[in-house]
Design a protein. Structure first.
Length: 404
């Protein structure tokens, strides 16, 4: 099993690297076809994800005893808010170095590419019947109420839906994942994303190295401060990181993240709650880039003084707005436009530049988000086990004691 996972990771890495290195040698028609196929796969996956999220959360919540489901939900929300706040605080501390040594190099090489790859055929669009966020809430609600009303029938239904979700992820999504990544990578290469990152390598390395090291510390804490366990857990997350880098979506990477987290914790059913529940609101990468990059733009291009009060308000809103983001490239920043204008005094030109930077950095931001989501889920599982250990013991333990 470990060999198979390693081979899958190597294959995904080769696909991603090859798309950037050999794109010039691939006929435009082939690249355009791959990109169109990638968009089609994305449409189907986004359409099916609410069902997958509902089924997974419904099944896992149904297995919790008594009021454990409500306690788990409250713990999840509290830990997401606390983790995002901690990320913002750490990013603020580390970002002060960047702002103090700000130069105009941050805007070098940033330009729109007029030769961006277009899909070979007009891709279809599937209607959104229900959002993943609503499916998540519905899954929690059904998992709490239906077992009390329907009893064993509810458990059987949840298991059937869970099996359907596993089939969708393992038999439909997993086989086409390389094509999904390849098409997205061809598109990024055509937009000159790699060149832009090279032109701003120093700033980019500092920001993302800080975020990855902070995430690594969370893995260390979530593994009981065992370096061996932490390294093993981070190794399990590598396929998810590569997938996030290629897809630029934490939500679309969720199936891979879920599989990785389940391999790393004692109670896999907790991952069925923590991963879907935090994928759109626990955005460690967005926190670091927002807090470290936007003040740098103020120090470099700003014309008005940002007071301590203004900056404090900005940091608070960064945390709160993570609960409203859609995990789509650039949308998180767009939602914060009024806040950035009011408290950081951004001009329209600075807003446009910031949006361009965020979109160019989105593959790396998503990779950090995915890596951070894995760390959060491992840490959540550990805290949940410490607080509700007696409530999460399998029922078969009671039966085994009676038969002794």
């Amino acid at each position: 099993m470990a060999i198979t996972q390693s081979l899958k990771l190597v294959f995904l890495l080769l696909v991603l690297v090859a798309a950037f290195c050999f794109a010039d040698y691939v006929p435009y028609t082939i690249k355009s076809l791959c990109y169109a196929a990638s968009l089609s796969i994305k449409e189907v996956l986004v359409f099916m994800l609410p069902l997958v999220v509902f089924s997974i959360v419904f099944h896992s919540t149904s297995k919790l005893r008594g009021d454990s489901a409500v306690k788990t939900l409250l713990l999840l929300i509290a830990m997401v808010a606390l983790s995002n706040s901690a990320s913002v605080a750490v990013a603020h501390f580390l970002g002060s170095y960047l702002s103090a040594s700000a130069t105009r190099s941050i805007i070098s090489g940033i330009q729109q590419n007029i030769h961006a790859l277009e899909p070979l055929y007009t891709t279809f669009h599937l209607p959104s019947l229900i959002s993943s966020a609503k499916a998540l809430a519905l899954g929690f609600t059904c998992g709490i109420i239906l077992p009390a009303v329907l009893g064993k029938k509810s458990i059987i239904l949840s298991e059937k839906l869970s099996n359907l979700s596993v089939f969708i992820l393992d038999r439909i999504f997993a086989p086409v994942l390389p094509i999904f990544i390849l098409g997205s990578a061809f598109r990024m290469e055509s937009e000159g994303a790699l060149t832009s990152l090279q032109d701003n390598a120093g700033v980019v390395v500092y920001i993302f190295a800080s975020a990855f090291l902070y995430s690594a510390f969370l893995y260390f804490a979530g593994s009981g401060f065992s370096l061996r366990k932490a390294l093993g857990t981070m190794k399990n997350m590598l396929p998810a990181i590569v997938t996030g880098l290629g897809t630029m979506s934490s939500l679309l990477t969720m199936p891979v993240t879920l599989a990785a987290v389940k391999k790393s914790i004692k109670h896999p059913h907790i991952a069925d709650i923590s991963v879907p529940g935090s994928v759109n609101i626990h955005l460690l990468g967005d926190c670091f880039v927002s807090v470290m990059l936007l003040p740098l733009l103020v120090a470099t291009l700003g014309t008005e003084v940002v007071t301590t009060s203004d900056y404090a308000h900005f940091l608070v809103y960064v945390v709160l707005m993570k609960f409203a983001e859609a995990a789509v490239a650039g949308t998180g920043l767009v939602l914060m436009f009024p806040i950035i204008e009011q408290y950081l005094h951004f001009s329209p030109t600075m807003l446009s530049l910031a949006t361009t930077l965020f979109i160019l950095l989105d593959p790396l931001i998503t990779a950090v988000n995915v890596f951070g989501n894995g760390a959060f889920s491992v840490l959540f599982a550990r805290v949940h086990n410490l607080l509700f250990h007696q409530e999460t013991k399998p029922k078969r333990n009671d039966a085994s004691r009676r038969t002794r």
